[in-house]
Design a protein around this ligand. Structure first.
Ligand code: NAD
Length: 485
């Protein structure tokens, strides 16, 4: 799309698409082509305050907060249906804005719709209890909404992560301000429009694209905000936690990862060796990426060979082409960072078996395409084995015993996700218990399920998203005692 034809897109505050107070806009680009998709209003501090105040007004007015569970569930279900009715448009928007393969976007949009449906189904049974107490009377607990929640979203799964946060927050009756990453605000803005169409009262869901430093900080420190849910890098998350401390705001953090994929010699190697999307999905720009593959030495060479062959067959190309498996990275700057890690790996003596180069020629020159890199003979102390690269780069590391595998897996500041591959059920149970992580799967590279809690330990975060327990993060408990004396 030529730049002059790109539409202008406003912020969503109090139920209306509005320009920013300063009038500033930023071009939002398709990373695969460089084309401008839209000029999006860039929020500043004044807009952050307006959005929080709109959320606060809608919360105080109470039409959403005090709506019955059945009324809230109806709106959430209508929104799920509207997402499904517009799924292809949303998937194309997401792929165009993030550079990810259309097949991946379709899955993420479908999951977003399912999330609203899931929490609509959860709220009728999510309530308090009667509690036997050691005093004459009755103890009761209520589950109440928290108030204004700020939901901060990264650029790698803009729609999916927005829905993971928005659906339980709205289900509990809160009013929210979403801050998408500056580079990828389009699908969240569209979600906001669909929510209004579904009948959500104005001001309950505000969407505010803008720079993290200024707008994020203004949102996090606003005194009316009661809860912050942040997904992004560990460094920025730590800053958010510090800022939230002054007012004792509730915080949940979903942060970085460097997860392990542990392959024992008795595993189905064909399956384990083919599970390359657990690191190359979304071109490796995935917090769950199992970018350290630990392989029992007995099968190490055979495994590396399989992995390299499957990587060689990857189809890198136009994100909107159904056949594409690897799209574009988010930006040339991010690609340069990924490439610098690859150079560091080579310099430190790891063996680059395939890929690890900027993809050039034809359509590739307009985007930020990168050839997925497989490193063998990596030692655990190397930079590529320790730091989150957030790109299509995998380190394959040998081990000799179950104890060593666990030690290697836990030798990271992170603890988000992971997999292990074995046919020995006893070993599977021992290892899943021993690995320090929030999420782990056995004999598959996939571990995100809407119905199960998702989140990390150590520097991968605090709190959990998804699953019924996410409702706890968006509600407060109130204890009531009724004396019968
Ligand atoms: P980032 O930390 O740079 O930004 C995340 C969000 O925070 C963006 O919306 C950004 O604008 C905002 N932000 C930046 N500075 C801020 C500040 N001072 N105050 C408040 N908000 C601020 O992360 P990113 O580069 O967008 O995303 C990549 C990172 O996210 C990776 O580390 C990845 O592992 C992590 N991530 C984690 C999960 C998870 O569920 N654990 C999921 C996806 C991504």
């Amino acid at each position: 799309m030529p730049d002059r034809d790109a539409p202008n897109a406003g912020l969503l505050i109090d139920g209306a698409r509005v320009p920013s107070a300063s009038g500033a806009t930023v071009p939002v680009r398709n990373p695969a082509t460089g084309a401008v998709l839209a000029y999006v209003a860039q929020a500043g501090v004044e807009d952050a305050h307006s959005a929080v105040e709109a959320a606060q007004r809608s919360y105080a007015a109470g039409s959403w907060r005090r709506a019955t569970v059945a009324e809230r569930a109806r709106v959430l279900l209508r929104l799920a249906d509207l997402i499904r009715a517009n799924a292809e448009e949303l998937a194309r928007l997401e792929s165009s804005n993030v550079g990810k393969p259309i097949g991946e976007s379709r899955g993420e949009i479908a999951m977003g719709a399912d999330c609203f449906q899931f929490y609509a189904g959860q709220i009728p049974s999510f309530g308090g209890h009667t509690v036997p107490v050691s005093a004459p009377g009755t103890g009761l607990t209520f589950r109440e909404s928290v108030g204004v929640c700020v939901l901060i979203v990264p650029w790698n799964f803009p729609f999916a992560i927005t829905t993971w946060k928005v659906s339980p927050a709205l289900a509990m009756g809160n009013s929210v301000v979403v801050k998408p990453a500056s580079a990828t605000p389009l699908s969240a803005l569209r979600l906001g429009e669909l929510a209004l169409e579904a009948g959500l009262p104005p001001g309950v869901l505000n969407i505010l694209p803008g720079p993290g430093g200024a707008v994020g900080t203004a949102l996090v420190t606003h005194p009316a905000v009661r809860k912050i849910s942040f997904t992004g890098s560990t460094e920025v998350g730590a800053g958010v936690m510090r800022l939230a401390a002054d007012d004792i705001k509730r915080v949940s953090l979903e942060l970085g990862g460097k997860s392990a994929n542990i392959v024992f010699a008795d595993a189905d190697l064909a399956k384990a060796g083919a599970a390359i999307f657990s690191v190359f999905g979304n071109a490796g720009q995935d917090c769950c990426s199992r970018s350290r593959v630990l392989v029992e030495r007995l099968v190490y060479n055979e495994f590396v060979e399989r992995y390299v062959e499957r990587t060689r067959a990857l189809r890198i190309g136009d994100p909107l082409d159904d056949a594409t498996e690897i799209g574009s990275l988010i930006s040339p700057e991010h690609r340069a960072k990924v490439d610098a890690y690859v150079r560091k790996g080579v310099e430190q003596g790891a063996k680059l078996c395939i890929g690890g180069a900027i993809k050039r020629g034809g359509m590739y020159d307009a985007g930020s395409f990168y050839e997925p890199a497989v490193f063998a003979d990596v030692t655990p102390d190397m930079v590529i084995a320790q730091e989150e690269i957030f790109g299509p780069v995998v380190s394959i590391i040998p081990f000799d015993s179950e104890e060593e595998a666990i030690k290697l897996a836990n030798g990271s500041i992170y603890g988000l996700s992971g997999s292990l591959w074995t046919r020995d059920i006893g070993r599977a149970l021992r290892v899943v218990r021993a690995v320090e992580t929030g999420v782990i799967s056995v004999n598959t590279g996939w571990s995100v399920h809407m119905e199960m809690p998702f989140g990390g330990v150590k520097r991968s975060g605090v709190g959990r998203e998804l699953g019924p327990s996410a409702l706890e993060h968006y509600s407060e408990q109130k204890s009531v005692f009724i004396s019968d004396e």
